[in-house]
Design a protein around this ligand. Structure first.
Ligand code: PRX
Length: 647
């Protein structure tokens, strides 16, 4: 790397930011040396019904495995995100909603209005029998009611489980059943890029396979025609008209569950990541304020979907806990054209924008004119999340979008971590395109080699582990605490293993290199290869399937599927299309394979294990260097795979 690739902290940021280099060094040092007092001090930023006296109490050792934060504290998340701002900021805009259709009117909710909406929604849930600890599934488009629904659950102590609106009825049914959720909140339809998404129809199809489900609360979003099942389905607007806007927040222990969010792992079944109340909220609030240098009054836009953890932590909980103004956008970044995202910035005078590299790459391809015809003068800071950002996209974001004046914070974190883990702080760290730079307060990253040896010194490369617990850490996997331990703590005893590869350069800055397990990252969405394989083998003509990721210009990684058909089945393009469509229907559009190669045989060891390393190489087009194939049961299959590579 040359000096040209280092972007020093701009003078005004070094001077005015909340955290400069010296403050970072001092706070980071103290967060590791004296975590108890550091975190009890930080916890004061929340409004507690009973303030905690215990910070972290945890052990990653198998014999004594436990994780808790502030376990003697009592609070309510919705009260922290709403009620406590009412005294001084009742009229501050809490939520701006930008509709899909640029000609439609945006909606704005002050803290007072959002408070009333959430209380009403909470009373509707109560009227439907929802109580503290009950699971409520949320399958919603990006409309304000999605935010009301989450905060309403938090207010009454119900555990929300948001399922991304792009998931199929089967995926939704599986998630409803796994957490035994009796109530589903959905909408008639969603709007995205001028098209309608049939959420209620999908929910109806899911309900047929989700016996736990008893009630569906349906928000009227488009007014589209939907079937309502008497006794089960309720229109939200009718139920809301019958309840009051007064709903006292439920006192919750800091360790009471706040939400479950299903995410993909290396097995076929998605994992229900569970986050709790106090530590999670503190983590969202602190990281949001420090990494984005957020100041109340600034319009902040996280362009994620509420169905992913980024939406939970950085559209809803972090910004609202900080009394901020959060923008929620219903549509797509490139609709009606590639200027939209920048037009929204101008329309609402967005100062902080947080989006994913995949969106940047797609927009970059359309040409700079789409950016340059907008002002973007309001922008002060740009964030990136979800996947490694390639230096080319980083520079485009920095130079073209931010005109060189906005720091880029490339935040590395995961559903499991609750919020940012490794990220530059805009006033403290020089930036390098593609590096997530330094650990956040309390985070002790360690790079471990395949044998579990911690790599001290720089540079270093290996698997990214975290040595100490942090308040935002997930607490368990819903219904399977043993799997929680096995997935994250068994590989490298005493450490949380992230599943990511990582490099630390000679300056001590961190570079995330991508997943090292059987998880791929498609357009910033996490997808288990085993999930796609399970969907493929459900098709009656498929005997076996193996799925790997391959580099994709826009998506970061694409999905490459090797499919062995049943004997006698003709392999042709029609069947390719049918299978792609099948996966789309089974899981959702984000799982659609980009390439399907029909393979009479898969490369297996003598014990029958598929050698994915070889499949990855072939998918990448790197067929000259397949490594040692002598341990294969039938080395001949490789020749066929190479000869019939797709792409
Ligand atoms: O591989 C890492 C990648 O996304 C994974 C986490 O995905 P998910 O749980 O869906 O959460 C996405 C939103 C945080 C990680 O294991 N990832 C996330 N952020 C970055 C990243 N890879 C590189 N750089 C990032 N900034």
């Amino acid at each position: 790397m040359t000096d040209a690739d280092i972007y020093p902290v701009p003078t005004n940021w070094a001077k005015d930011a909340r955290v400069d280099a010296e403050t970072y060094a001092q706070m980071y040092g103290r967060s590791l040396a004296d975590p108890g007092s550091f975190w009890l001090e930080q916890a004061k930023r929340l409004d507690w019904i009973k303030r905690p006296e215990i910070a972290g109490d945890w052990s990653f050792d198998e014999q004594d495995f436990h994780i808790s934060w502030f376990r003697d504290g009592v609070l309510n998340v919705a009260a922290n995100c709403l009620d406590r701002h009412l005294e001084k900021n009742a009229d501050t805009v809490a939520l701006i909603w930008e509709p899909d259709d640029p000609a439609a009117e945006p909606r704005r909710f002050t803290y007072a209005q959002l408070h009333a909406e959430v209380c009403r929604f909470a009373n509707v849930l109560k009227a439907e029998g929802v109580r503290k600890g009950d699971r409520v599934t949320v399958y919603m488009p990006m409309i304000p009611e999605a935010t009301f629904a989450l905060l309403a659950c938090a207010r009454i102590g119900a555990i929300h489980s948001v399922v991304f609106g792009g998931f199929s009825p089967d995926a939704l049914a599986g998630r409803i059943t796994d957490c035994d959720s009796s109530v589903l909140i959905t909408a008639d339809e969603g709007r995205r890029g001028g098209k309608r998404v049939a959420l209620k129809a999908n929910a109806d199809a899911a309900a047929d396979h989700a016996p736990a489900l008893q009630k569906m609360i349906v928000v009227k979003a488009t007014g589209g025609d939907v079937a309502m099942q008497p006794g089960r389905d309720i229109w939200y607007h009718e139920a809301a008209a019958a309840v009051s806007a007064d709903c006292p927040p439920e006192p919750m222990n800091a360790e009471d569950p706040l939400f479950i969010l299903y995410t993909s792992g290396s097995t076929g079944k998605p994992k229900g990541v569970l986050h709790t109340t106090g530590g999670y909220l503190l983590w969202c609030a602190l990281t949001h304020e420090v990494a984005f240098d957020y100041r109340p009054g600034q319009v902040y836009w996280c362009a994620a979907d509420i169905g992913w953890v980024t939406g939970h932590s950085y559209i809803v909980y972090g910004p609202l806990a900080n009394g901020g103004t959060t923008l929620m956008y219903e549509g797509l970044p490139n609709w009606p054209d590639a200027s939209r995202i920048w037009q929204v910035c101008d329309r609402h005078q967005v100062e902080i924008l947080y989006t994913a590299p995949t969106a940047l790459r797609a927009l970059m391809r359309e040409g700079d004119e789409f950016v340059q015809k907008t002002s973007r003068k309001s922008l002060k800071l740009l964030g990136s999340v979800g996947e490694p950002i390639n230096p080319e996209a980083w520079r485009w974001y920095h130079d073209v979008v931010g005109e060189g004046r906005c720091p880029i914070v490339d935040t590395w974190w995961q559903t499991e971590t609750g919020g940012h883990m490794i990220t530059p702080l805009p006033g403290a760290h020089a930036l390098k395109p593609g590096s997530a730079i330094r650990p956040f307060f309390g985070i002790d990253p360690q790079i471990v080699d395949a044998d579990g040896i911690v790599q001290t010194g720089n540079p270093a490369e290996g698997n990214l582990c975290i040595a100490k617990s942090w308040p935002g850490q997930m607490r368990t996997m819903w219904g399977d605490h043993e799997r929680f331990f096995q997935t994250y703590f068994a590989t490298y005893p005493g450490y949380y293993f992230s599943g990511d590869g990582c490099r630390r350069d000679t300056d001590g800055d961190y570079w995330i290199t991508g997943r090292v397990d059987d998880v791929i990252n498609v357009s910033g969405h996490r997808m288990g290869t085993a999930e796609v394989e399970s969907a493929l083998v459900l098709h009656p003509l498929v005997a076996e399937a193996a799925v790997v990721g391959f580099p994709h210009d826009i998506k970061g990684q694409g999905i490459y599927a090797y499919v062995t058909l049943n004997v006698g089945v003709t392999a042709d393009d029609d069947l390719r299309r049918t299978l792609a469509q099948w996966v789309r229907k089974e899981i959702g559009p984000i799982a659609t394979p980009d390439a399907i190669q029909f393979a009479p045989g898969l490369p297996k060891t003598r014990s029958g294990k598929i050698m994915r390393r070889i499949l990855r190489k072939i998918a990448e087009g790197d067929t000259t260097n397949l490594g040692d194939i002598s341990t294969l049961a039938d080395p001949g299959v490789v020749e066929d795979l190479v000869a019939n590579r797709v792409g």
